[in-house]
Design a protein around this ligand. Structure first.
Ligand SMILES: Nc1ncnc2c1ncn2[C@@H]1O[C@H](COP(=O)(O)OP(=O)(O)OP(=O)(O)O)[C@@H](O)[C@H]1O
Ligand SMILES: [Mg+2]
Length: 403
């Protein structure tokens, strides 16, 4: 699981000049005096690049070593020519320490966002920046808007050891976050610590806490000290000799909470816990973005139909957020993606809606039910399946209006 390719902060190419072997960094800075002559000579004769790596023994800050192909591919290809800048390479994702480097990394990070994830550049950069700065991040937004997807994407983009915990799915928060006490006839009672304990002791780890809002309140209590910037420890009350475990340097937490943007988060989650996070709110996609995503994901499905799906979703979202809403929630992106999967497999729009959309809406109340309302919207786009003309602006305005 852990991806620990260590990348150098400076890479040098060696050139021979007279009887000297000069080292030039990719920025064009002469580094000869920093590197031993033997090391430079070997690199020149072996025709390889050398890089300045953080030292493992801790006495000296760094060590110059050969840059292997693996490290090169982790860093990108831009190292052959002097002048190309190390900071410009987006896949060089060791946590940068210099301010200029951090700035450059954040502002060139949009290229790290997977194409299939729709998220504005600003939100993505904010997410990356919060991660690089070691903030506890909480992704919020309504169901199926991409919180888990974005959290996983940011974890993948930073080439740091990563751990995933789904707190919504666990029945046993203490076992998941601390560990379990077992009994064995030979050894008696013993304690086995959780993967989470290992995770928080891994320097620079990125730890995903999915569905934190659905977690048991015990989990929130356990996490309280772990997430607090002033405390950063986990209490292992089961284990007497070692009462607390310190969170290692550089550990970043990314949590997701299924909290509608329309709610104040504290209504759903403990305020003290929420206060420990930087909130990154996932936007519900606009009709244009939804269309773009669906067309990107389903290039073989008729684009006009995909655009209609985006329109349907958008109409339900507008309606659900209006003051006099007749439906309590809009169709999520998760649902539109599922629905288009059905279209791709040969189901009609009407059939797809029937199985993927309608069950989400209450049918009590007959003609006044939420389900009937949503059906009416869908049907405007289904009547004979072919013509966009069926959808007229008046009807759309009517559906969007709050009366
Ligand atoms: N912004 C988005 N960009 C691309 N795909 C998206 C987006 N939002 C949702 N999806 C699609 O919906 C699916 C579900 O998204 P995801 O699991 O991230 O939602 P979530 O916000 O975590 O939902 P929940 O609140 O139920 O946990 C994704 O697999 C993807 O196909
Ligand atoms: Mg999720």
């Amino acid at each position: 699981m852990a991806k620990t390719i260590i990348t150098p902060d400076v890479v040098c190419k060696i050139e021979k000049s007279g009887n000297r072997y000069n080292a030039w960094s990719t920025d064009g800075v002469k580094m000869t005096s920093e590197i031993t002559s033997g090391c430079r000579k070997n690199a020149y004769n072996g025709n390889y690049l050398i890089g300045r790596f953080p030292s493992s023994n801790g006495n000296k800050g760094f060590a110059w070593r050969r840059v292997t192909d693996k490290v090169m591919s982790a860093m990108g290809e831009n190292f052959g020519s002097p002048k190309s800048s190390v900071e410009d390479v987006p896949s060089s994702v060791d946590v940068p320490s210099e301010h200029a480097e951090v700035l450059s990394f954040i502002h060139s990070s949009y290229g790290l966002k997977p194409k299939g994830l729709m998220m504005t550049e600003l939100k993505w950069k904010y997410l990356i920046r919060s991660a690089v700065r070691g903030k506890n991040i909480m992704m919020t937004g309504p169901a199926g808007c991409g919180k888990t997807m974005a959290a996983k994407a940011v974890v993948n983009s930073l080439d740091r050891p990563d751990y995933y915990f789904n707190l919504g799915a666990t029945q046993d928060p203490r076992g998941t976050l601390i560990g379990n006490t077992h009994f064995d006839a030979a050894d008696g009672t013993y304690f086995s610590e959780s993967l989470f304990v290992k995770a928080i002791q891994t320097p620079n780890a990125v730890i995903l806490l999915d569905e934190l809002s659905r977690a048991h309140p015990d989990a929130w209590n356990i996490l309280m000290t772990v997430l607090d910037y002033g405390q950063r420890y986990l209490r292992l009350d089961e284990q007497k000799e070692q009462a607390t475990i310190k969170v290692a340097d550089g550990v970043t937490f990314v949590a997701t909470a299924n909290i509608g943007n329309e709610y104040t988060s504290t209504r759903v989650m403990d305020k003290a816990l929420m206060d420990r996070f930087t909130i990154v709110e996932m936007d519900v996609l606009s009709e244009a973005d939804e269309s773009q995503l669906l067309n990107y994901m389903f290039p073989n499905v008729d684009s006009a139909v995909l655009n209609n799906v985006a329109k349907i979703a958008s109409l339900t979202r507008t309606e659900s957020s209006s003051d006099t809403a007749r439906i309590s929630s809009g169709i999520s992106t998760r649902t539109t993606v599922e629905l288009c999967g059905l279209l791709y497999d040969g189901f009609s729009l009407e059939e797809s809606a029937e199985v993927s959309i309608y069950p989400q809406y209450d049918s009590t109340g007959g003609v006044d039910s939420e389900r009937t309302f949503v059906k009416q919207i869908v049907q405007k786009f289904c009547d004979d399946g072919s013509s966009d003309d069926l959808f007229n602006e008046e009807e759309m305005a009517e559906a969007e209006s709050t009366n």
